[in-house]
Design a protein around this ligand. Sequence first.
Ligand SMILES: C[C@H](O)[C@H](O)[C@H]1CNC2=NC(N)=NC(=O)C2=N1
Length: 113
Amino acid sequence: MTTLDELSREHCRPLRGSEHLLTAAQANSLLTCLPDWSVSDGGLLEKEFNFASYAATLLFVNTVAGLAERENHHPDLEVGYGRVRVSYSTHDVGGLSRNDFTCAAKIEALIRI
Ligand SMILES: C[C@H](O)[C@H](O)[C@H]1CNC2=NC(N)=NC(=O)C2=N1
C-alpha cells in the first residue's frame, strides 16, 4: 500500500486519455492515506483548509499555486475569509488520475513542515 510520504515524493506525469482514469478501488485505496480528503459526488478530490487570518490563507493559496506550476497540475481553488477549498481532477483524463492524489499528498507534506 502507498503511504502519504511515498505519494508526496512522486511527481506528476503528463497524462492524457481515459486509460489513466483510476478505478473506484484505486481511488479509495489512495484516499486512505490522505487525511480529511474526499471524493465528491461530482468526482473531484477535495479538502477544505481553514486558517486563522487572511494573510495565512493567501500564503497557502500562493504556495499551492507554486506547487501547481512546478508539477504542471492545477487545482480549482475556492477562497474565502480564512478558508480554502482545494479540488483536483485531471481534465486531460476526464476524471481522477494518480496526479490528483500526488498533488494532494504534496499539500499534506507542506502543511506538516
Ligand atoms: C498542457 C498542460 O500540460 C495540461 O493542460 C495540464 C495542465 N494542468 C492540468 N491540471 C489539471 N488539474 N488537469 C489537467 O489535465 C492538466 N493538464
